[in-house]
Design a protein. Structure first.
Length: 223
């Protein structure tokens, strides 16, 4: 029986929650270099070829290729054992192409660095087609709160959440501007429904919303 959300529905202009974790729930990011390498590959596929930057000496340069006209990255977070991406694909199989290239490039880097062979991820990536606007908004909150578990026992955990560099949350609260992240869909929705939500900023919505994410999203979060 296929694992949860491993069977995809491919839709032109579809918005998807993509995620995967390490095989046997192992860590897939061991240090800053690993996180930054994954983000370098992701960024490279989302920028025009003429705006792609030279990689660090430790990793190989990707072939000149871009999905900047086919994929829009809405939100993301990287955690030690898993990652989440929220994307909109403008063509039917753009998501497949992105995840094939991104996964292959990162696994090759990781296995070479740590002198290992074999699978790194727990099967193929999982993807959920998002059809409801309310779910889309609450899902970004779920993604951006993921790192909170790393800081929940520390003083000022929300301050550390705001400064977590492997998430799009700093962009959403105005602390960073990432050109290859397209947050307008969420920010505009939030502004348009400000009275309904009762919050003056997206940051307040993430940090002060009364219900736990899983209460709102149900079983459609990561398994």
């Amino acid at each position: 029986m296929p694992s949860k959300n491993s069977v995809k529905t491919y839709v032109v202009n579809g918005v998807y929650h993509i995620y995967n974790r390490g095989v046997e729930k192992r860590q897939i990011f061991l240090d800053d270099r690993d996180y930054n390498t994954f983000l370098y590959y992701l960024k490279s596929y989302l920028l025009p070829v003429d705006k792609q930057t030279k990689p660090p000496p430790s990793i190989k340069r990707l072939a000149d290729f871009t999905l900047c006209h086919e994929i829009k990255l809405i939100a993301y977070v990287l955690m030690p054992t898993h990652f989440h991406l929220m994307i909109k694909q403008k063509t039917e199989k753009a998501m497949t192409e992105l995840m094939r290239r991104l996964s292959n490039a990162y696994v090759e880097y990781f296995n070479k660095r740590y002198e290992r062979v074999g699978a790194l991820f727990q099967g193929r990536y999982k993807a959920v087609l998002i059809k409801e606007d309310d779910y889309l908004l609450h899902l970004t909150r779920y993604l951006h709160l993921n790192p909170f578990e790393l800081f929940s026992s520390e003083k000022q955990p929300f301050t550390k959440l705001r400064n977590y560099q492997y998430s799009s949350f700093p962009d959403y609260i105005g602390a960073r501007q990432t050109s290859w992240l397209k947050k307008d869909t969420i920010i505009k929705y939030f502004q348009d429904t400000q009275d309904k939500l009762g919050f003056s900023t997206y940051q307040e919505f993430v940090e002060q919303y009364a219900l736990e994410c899983r209460e709102v999203l149900g079983t459609r979060t990561i398994d």
